[in-house]
Design a protein around this ligand. Structure first.
Ligand code: CA
Ligand code: CA
Length: 161
């Protein structure tokens, strides 16, 4: 008798927990991600290169919050575009819920983040006498709490970084 009550109580608790989980679990799978990279030149003293990332995973606000609460993250890696194999340059840099630059809003999950690096940083992917121009892009991944992943390669930024 006692066992039966305990079982019933456990079932009720599980059901209650289930309702809570359902209330914040995203209703729709994330299927789309776009990544943009901008590299600018700060000509002040000291000079710097300004890196701006804009990664967007469209969905409604409810789902955006649900994904982030459940541990979804955005992960960014930098690559240098070259003939043949592209060179890995930097990363991964990972943003979770609450990290600066990562937001959930009416148009979905967005990462907007800017920082500066000195000239000749990891962005200087080609540093040869004959080939000093750099071609840099990012690969951005949206990884949900269960490990489901979608990714996008950004545009390529060209310059002497
Ligand atoms: Ca290159
Ligand atoms: Ca270079």
């Amino acid at each position: 008798m006692k066992n039966r009550i305990r079982t019933r109580l456990a079932a009720a608790l599980a059901a209650a927990a289930g309702v809570v989980v359902l209330a914040v679990t995203p209703a729709h799978a994330a299927t789309e991600i776009t990544a943009q990279l901008e590299i600018g030149f700060n000509t002040g003293v000291p000079a710097a290169r300004t890196i701006t990332l804009d990664v967007h995973v469209p969905m409604n606000e409810y789902d955006a919050n649900g994904y982030l609460i459940h541990g979804a993250k955005i992960q960014v890696r930098f690559y240098g575009s070259d003939p043949g194999t592209d060179q890995f340059l930097h990363g991964p840099i990972t943003w979770y819920r609450g990290d600066h630059g990562l937001t959930a809003g009416p148009d979905g999950i967005r990462l907007q983040y800017t920082w500066e690096v000195p000239p000749g940083s990891f962005l200087n992917e080609d540093n040869g006498w004959a080939n000093n121009g750099d071609e840099v892009y990012i690969t951005a991944k949206f990884i949900d709490g269960d490990g489901g992943t979608i990714s996008d390669d950004s545009n390529i930024e060209e310059g002497f970084f």
